[in-house]
Write a new protein. Sequence first.
Length: 441
Amino acid sequence: MSAASRARGARVPAVPRRPAWTATLTWKAAVFITLMCCALAALLGALVHVSVTRQTVDTSRDKALSLLEDVTRAYEAGEPLPPFAGVDPVGLPPSLRDLATRGSRGTMVADHEGRPMMWAAGPADGRALAVRVDYSLSARTIGGLDQAILGSSVLAIAATLLVGWFAMTRVTSRLHLTAQVARRISAGDLDARVNDPRTKDPSRPQDEVATVSGALDTMASSLQGKLLSEQRFTADVAHELRTPLTGLSAAAELLPPGRPSELVRDRVRAMRALTEDLLEISRLDTRSEKVDLDVYALGPLAERAVRGSGTETAVRIVRDVRVETDRRRLERVLGNLLANAHKHGRAPVELTVDGPVVTVRDHGDGYPGYLLDHGPQRFRTESGSKGHGLGLTIAKGQAAVIGAELEFTNAPAGGAEARLTLPEYVDPAPDSDAPSGSSQE
């Protein structure tokens, strides 16, 4: 095996992903507040600790130096030294002893017999004369102060986190509501509104969330008005065209046989088909369609749709399943996909049934970029192509009505590929006598 083959076969270690909740605004705010509180508590604690320690040490140092002066006078007068003083006493820190023998005075805190002491030493005939002062009380004072600083810091951080969590929860809940309304609007619920109470009363100050909520409501109202106007226009145009088209169709049948009459009849049929498509789109826009669901074997339904389309399409059934759908609407979706593949693609056109997924593929240039990015758009087609862009729009709308998902992609090997995923039927009684591939028609 070559090095390249081993490299291709080697497994790339998976990078562990952080939990999703760590990306939330509440989590980030909690981490930020905690870090800031810890930094502030550490800074204030250090300042208090240094200040109190300095005062305590200065007080003990002054006391030890005062005692050293008294002991020095007693030593020079030949008087006996008190128990806490002596010349080169046991336990005197070596560094302080060296300092005193060089003729200088100094102080130092060091342990003596298991207790902290404040030592003061000075020169005495080439040796070190030293006194010690019990530093235990001062050390306990500083230790107690450090514990108090730590405890108060923990309480302050906990209280700050609690208040911050409450405040951030109120903000994030409003943001979640705004996002939920935005998703409802994008799904087609044009009546959805945030209705933030802060936007209703102009006298109340508005925060950033209220501003965003108000802008979303205004955008939704404007979008709803424009879409309703477009839907009414489409429906009105389609209805107004039906009457003259009916008369024109009747008049065309009265024309004498010949090429001119055939052209007129062909254009009348095209106009009638366009009008029916516009009416169907207007019904889809108003969500007035009602489905007639039943359970069918998907393979025979797909074959029936191919026969009804009158196109030369290769049908391949990999795995047949039963689906719960509206047969007429499913045939409408598949018929439009097949018509689009034959009209704008190139042969061969293939229809594949693999479980609840039906794929229609041609071998042309593929779907245009705008369709892959934004889905089919009515009255928009590639330059130079024939059609009105309504076939795929209707297919997409009818697929949504029957609860199916229609995706448009371009095959890696070339050609447009439409993938329709239907809701698979789950038999509540697996031991039923009905065969799994049966079809109800």
